[in-house]
Design a protein around this ligand. Structure first.
Ligand code: DQA
Length: 147
């Protein structure tokens, strides 16, 4: 099964971006570990990152058209984008929202995600482990763990 892992704005700068909040793993290292983890689960994981909202919307439309599960870190758009939420509403396969940091323990404006009501589940505060948990759940939920 194919899974799209979609990362929103500024996540391409992981590794150097506020490492005290987001850790020292780079986006490329994260992507490699997610592809490897997916491989162990029998998932074909495709990791993409963009700072352009229209590009993210296009990827979500693609997931809707192809019935693909999505692991999404909407980053700053979580708190602001009705368009992103509307695109998530079109998905038919599971959507797992992931945040590296615990958005509920941070500034007030981060507490609400417009995407969360559209998500099957939400993981926040576990760093890169949140993505791994999301993939493990997707692998298990479709019986493709290979276990
Ligand atoms: C984030 C949390 C958001 O509030 C922030 O704007 C991000 C990253 C996270 O992964 O913790 O860019 O989604």
């Amino acid at each position: 099964m194919r899974v799209l892992v979609l990362n929103g704005p500024n996540l391409g700068r992981l590794g150097t971006r506020e490492p005290d909040v987001y850790g020292s793993t780079t986006h490329e290292e994260l992507a490699a570990s997610l592809r490897a983890h997916g491989g162990r689960l029998g998932l074909e994981v495709e990791v993409r990152q963009t700072d352009a909202e229209h590009e993210m919307l296009g990827w979500l439309h693609e997931a809707a058209d192809e019935g693909l599960p999505v692991v999404l870190n909407p980053a700053g758009w979580s708190h602001t984008s009705v368009a992103l939420r509307d695109a998530c509403a079109m998905l038919t396969a599971p959507l797992v929202e992931v945040h590296l940091s615990n958005i509920h323990a941070r500034e007030e404006f981060r507490h609400r995600s417009l995407v969360s009501p559209m998500a099957t589940g939400v993981v926040a505060g576990l760093g890169p482990g949140g993505y791994l948990a999301a993939l493990s759940w997707l692998g298990g939920s479709t019986g493709t763990t290979g276990a």
